[in-house]
Design a protein around this ligand. Structure first.
Ligand code: TRP
Ligand code: ZN
Ligand code: CA
Length: 436
């Protein structure tokens, strides 16, 4: 019972917020009664660590690494493949050639589920040549592997079809995942409802970073960590620096987790998460000391459990699949105490009207949010008030609003309109997005 409390509170807050918007949403909001997904099992940390021990042994026996084109890479693929085959997965090894060597992606399909709704989760399995790559990215590889094995142990019968993937040659520029996406026929690509990426999830001085590329997928992870009482931040250490970019680039909804690479942990982050300020999240990033000693067990444990939570939530629930995101990331300056400015998102290729729960993600950097009046303007000019000016002396408006836009045709130029109605403080629209 207590477990359902935070969830109720969050839902109530969304409904309350929706109620503030004009036109007013109907009181009975269907999204309150979404059926619950089957609860995910705990992923045993010992099992995840046992996979890391095996990957370390493979590196040690093969010149100290598991890099593309080196024997330690194929040995890593074979280790995972044997486990997945024994657990009842249909595995495929996809070959490609880059930098003069053959590379391999390992794909594992769990039989069953709706073939028209494929949920994918993946991790790159290659290391750099300088080390064993246990945090980067044995950690993500092992977390995804153990989640797949948990699917088998549970003999899960998900609503969606589940596909797990381990990519080759990520370290050479996302080569394996790009190859997979490029060679996926358009009809198959259209069936992939989401891709979740796990690259570095056991950093020794960890942060808890969630990808913010898709609001629905982001929420699944944020809710999980909120339930643990662990603060998260948006992943910003190089957008597009891992395999999710290969999927995002073709319009597939992506999400994922990350515990930090070469960037330095700040004092504020140490307040949230512990660890050492002024030190990298992973001091052994891309170096020879990225061994089994280079893992924070708590981070690895929490993130592995979060992978399972996401798979169970997204694949077994009948909740709305992650929506299609339309975003404008160009900065727009907001003049101080001046005229309204707008940022446009063009929506095309949809049929019918916008949803009753249109999600509007707003990221405005401003030194006094109380000055700001924010509206969503539909293509026909009708305005939906997201936020009024107030006495709210905090900075920034980083929020997701839900608008009942069911009377508006989906296609056309949607605008975020922002006006600063008070003197002194200024800022800019950093980005905003609509999720249909
Ligand atoms: N494997 C990535 C790399 O070597 C690690 C990384 C850096 C990363 N920044 C990231 C992974 C941001 C996810 C998100 O570059
Ligand atoms: Zn790397
Ligand atoms: Ca102002």
């Amino acid at each position: 019972m207590t477990l359902s409390f935070p969830r109720r509170t969050a839902a109530a807050a969304v409904i309350a917020l929706a109620g503030l918007l004009a036109p007013v949403a109907p009181a009975a909001n269907a999204s309150i009664s979404t059926p619950q997904a089957v609860a995910a099992p705990d992923i045993p940390l010992a099992n995840v660590k046992a996979h890391l021990t095996q990957l370390q042994s493979i590196a040690t026996a093969n010149g100290g690494n598991r890099a593309h084109g080196r024997p330690g890479y194929l040995a890593s693929v074979n280790y995972l493949k044997a486990k997945l085959d024994a657990a009842g997965f249909i595995t495929t090894v996809q070959q490609f050639t880059t930098s003069g060597a053959v590379g391999y992606n390992l794909i594992a399909d769990w039989p069953g589920g709706d073939p028209n709704q494929v949920l994918m989760a993946g991790a790159h399995l290659d290391s750099v040549t300088s080390g064993a790559g246990i945090n980067d990215n044995g950690s993500g590889s092992a977390g995804v592997l153990e989640t797949a094995l948990a699917v088998s142990r549970a003999q899960l019968q998900p609503t969606k079809h589940l596909r797990f993937a381990w990519w080759g040659a990520e370290e050479l520029g996302l080569v394996g995942s790009r190859y997979y996406v490029a060679n996926l026929p358009a009809a198959e690509r259209a069936k992939v409802s989401g891709y979740l990426n796990f690259d570095m999830i056991g950093s020794p001085n960890p942060g808890y970073f969630v990808y913010d590329d898709n609001v629905a997928l982001e929420k699944v992870f944020k809710d999980y960590f909120a339930g643990l009482g662990v603060a998260t931040e948006i992943e910003t250490e190089g957008d597009g620096r891992s395999d999710h970019a290969s999927f995002k680039n073709v319009g597939i909804a992506v999400g994922g987790l990350f515990t930090g690479a070469g960037r330095t942990k700040t004092a504020a982050q140490v307040q949230k998460w512990g660890g050492t300020a002024g030190q990298a999240f992973d001091r052994c990033y891309h170096s020879s000391c990225d061994t089994t000693a280079n893992i924070n067990d708590t981070a690895l444990d929490r993130n592995s459990d979060a992978i399972a939570h996401a798979i169970w939530t997204l694949a077994t629930g009948t909740t709305t699949p992650p929506g299609d995101v339309y975003e404008n990331v160009a900065d727009v300056a907001i003049p101080d105490n001046g005229a309204a400015v707008t940022s446009t998102v063009n929506v095309s290729g949809r049929t019918g009207n916008a949803p009753a729960a249109l999600s509007v993600g707003v990221d405005i950097k401003h030194t006094w949010r109380g000055d700001l009046v924010v509206d969503l303007v539909a293509p026909d000019g009708s305005a939906y008030r997201l936020k009024n000016s107030s006495n709210d002396q905090a900075d920034n408006v980083i929020a997701t609003y839900t608008v009942n836009a069911s009377s508006e045709p989906a296609n056309g130029a949607w605008k975020l309109r922002v006006q600063d109605v008070g003197p002194q403080d200024t800022g800019f629209i950093d980005s905003w997005k609509l999720t249909f």
